[in-house]
Design a protein around this ligand. Structure first.
Ligand SMILES: NC(=O)C1=CN([C@@H]2O[C@H](COP(=O)(O)OP(=O)(O)OC[C@H]3O[C@@H](n4cnc5c(N)ncnc54)[C@H](O)[C@@H]3O)[C@@H](O)[C@H]2O)[C@H](O)CC1
Ligand SMILES: [K+]
Length: 495
């Protein structure tokens, strides 16, 4: 499923128009497609208000109004911000009027069953002008079904923040920030703000209306199907060497649990063998929970001095590591190997040189990404896709920016939004499990990008499966020991 940034949509529109597909036809397709999706939600006796802005989002509303009226629905078409100003919207309004349909005056005392928001689309620049704010605020206070076209008005296409002012500190839904939709029908494809916060809270249920344009984007939503298709098959002749040896540099006397969790994630995700480079105390704890692991004692020190176990085919470093200086030296050593390397938690610090022989995957949460980029967490959250892409390209590494809708950005520009997961993962230790899973899947997949995508998707799916039976509150990271077999059974069964 493609995700389109506003600029890309404009480019595709222009291309289509150069190739003879006029904006008038695109708007006609948009209105017709919206009619097909929206009319089943309306009853014939409903009073429906379509609020149109001055741009092409308003034009979509005009076409939708025509189709709904032709089908016998009670519709009031209103321009609360004055009449359309774009050529195409004007043309459609002329055609609408020629069918003897009318434009209504807006009376805020009238009551409607359904309100359709065609005020602002991807041309939105914040802050919202006060006249739009007033209309949005009125809409949000009505006892009506609210449907947004393309994006809810007040939301931008590419960013997650709503009000470019101090007010945006307030994370809760505000009545006058944006149209609070029950449904949003996106034209051509989803826009990034569906997957960002707080904007994502305003979309309600979402669906896409095709308008006949070419589908292409290097930002995609991960799907379960793509995971089935790329998850490696294990053949009967396999032995422990077939799936390779993974190395996890994790855990310290202060934080043995993180290493246990990373080891659980790794051992349940397919690696043939697992070496834990860790402290004596942590090794004792790990051995009791993951007896399959072998150990390199004083692992962090040893690796930081340049002594690395042989024959490893994937490595990860960071969970439960307390000594930041040694962690950096160990990262330097691991970067000399021609294997994929996951850098997380205690090993994830700003570096001058990210250059490595094999692929590097960093797994920051927003706080860690803030430390790496020097930007505030608020700025990162508003702009997760763009900033992850930028960092990935600049340093030639893969970024897994964790959080609701984790972003995976690869240095070739391919970017993925992960739809799985819930707040059951927002707990200490779930990131450690992910690091273990990543390393293990890197050891078992031929293609490192598939390994990263699959680990992130499956990690979230475990939490989604958990809440089918229990609640987000009760989930803890050690539950992955049971959840991974269940979820991998589902994935491998479907393959
Ligand atoms: N390929 C497609 O997906 C197509 C989508 N269509 C629809 O067109 C809009 C985008 O149209 P555009 O005219 O570029 O922008 P808007 O309708 O969003 O309106 C711009 C309009 O709003 C004013 N404005 C911007 N920000 C603010 C603000 N903060 N406060 C008040 N007013 C604001 C601005 O000055 C302009 O006047 C897209 O979303 C789809 O709905 C096409 O129909 C077909 C192709
Ligand atoms: K809208």
């Amino acid at each position: 499923m493609y995700i389109h940034q506003a600029e890309q949509i404009k480019k595709i529109d222009n291309q289509a128009s150069e190739q003879g597909f006029s904006l008038f036809s695109l708007m006609e397709n948009a209105g017709r497609g919206l009619f097909e999706k929206i009319s089943p939600l309306l009853k014939k006796e409903n009073q429906t208000l379509i609020l149109c802005g001055r741009g092409n989002n308003g034009g979509d509303g005009v076409v939708l109004a025509r189709y709904l009226k032709q089908a016998g629905f009670h519709v009031s078409l209103v321009f609360p911000l004055s009449e359309p100003k774009t050529k195409t919207a004007k043309q459609h309004l002329d055609y609408y009027l020629q069918q003897d349909f009318t434009v209504e005056k807006w009376n805020t005392n009238d009551r409607y069953d359904v309100i359709i928001d065609c005020l602002l689309g991807i041309g939105t620049k914040l802050p919202l002008r006060s006249d739009v704010k007033n209309v949005v605020s009125w809409c949000n206070q009505q006892d009506a079904l609210r449907i947004a076209v393309d994006i809810p008005s007040g939301v931008q296409a590419d960013r997650g923040d709503l009000v470019v002012s101090e007010e945006s500190e307030q994370p809760n839904i505000q009545l006058n920030h944006a149209f609070l939709a029950d449904y949003t029908f996106s034209l051509h494809g989803y826009k990034p703000s569906i997957f960002l916060l707080p904007s994502g809270k305003y979309f309600g249920k979402t669906d896409v209306v095709s308008i006949g344009l070419k589908q292409t984007s290097n930002v995609n939503l991960l799907t379960e199907e793509s995971v089935w298709k790329t998850f490696p098959k294990r053949n009967d002749a396999a032995h422990k060497g077939t799936f390779g040896t993974s190395l996890l540099v994790a855990g310290s006397d202060e934080m043995p649990g993180s290493a246990v969790l990373a080891a659980i994630g790794a051992i349940r995700s397919g690696t043939g063998k697992l070496i834990m480079a860790t402290s004596h105390l942590a090794a004792t704890t790990i051995a009791s929970r993951v007896p399959e692991a072998t150990f390199m004692l004083n692992g962090l020190e040893t690796i930081s001095e340049g002594e690395v176990p042989e024959k490893i085919i994937a490595a990860g470093i960071g969970p439960g590591i307390a000594d930041i200086t040694k962690a950096q030296k160990a990262v330097d050593e691991l970067m000399k190997l021609d294997i994929p390397l996951v850098i997380d938690a205690g090993a994830l610090r700003e570096r001058k040189d990210w250059h490595a022989r094999g692929p590097v995957i960093i797994t920051p949460h927003p706080g860690e990404f803030s430390r790496l980029t020097g930007r505030s967490v608020k700025e990162i959250q508003a702009n997760r896709i763009k900033l992850a892409r930028k960092f990935s390209k600049k340093y030639d590494l893969a970024v897994v920016l964790k959080g609701k809708y984790s972003i995976i950005a690869f240095p070739n520009g391919e970017t993925f939004v992960n739809p799985t997961g819930n707040s059951g993962l927002a707990k200490g230790g779930s990131g450690d499990v992910l690091t273990g899973m990543l390393v293990s899947m890197l050891a078992t997949h031929d293609n490192y990008q598939d390994a990263v995508k699959n680990a992130v998707y499956i990690h979230g799916l475990c939490a989604d499966i958990w809440i089918e039976k229990y609640s987000e509150t009760s989930m803890v990271a050690s539950d992955f020991a049971q959840l991974l077999p269940e979820v991998l059974g589902k994935i491998e069964g479907n393959r």
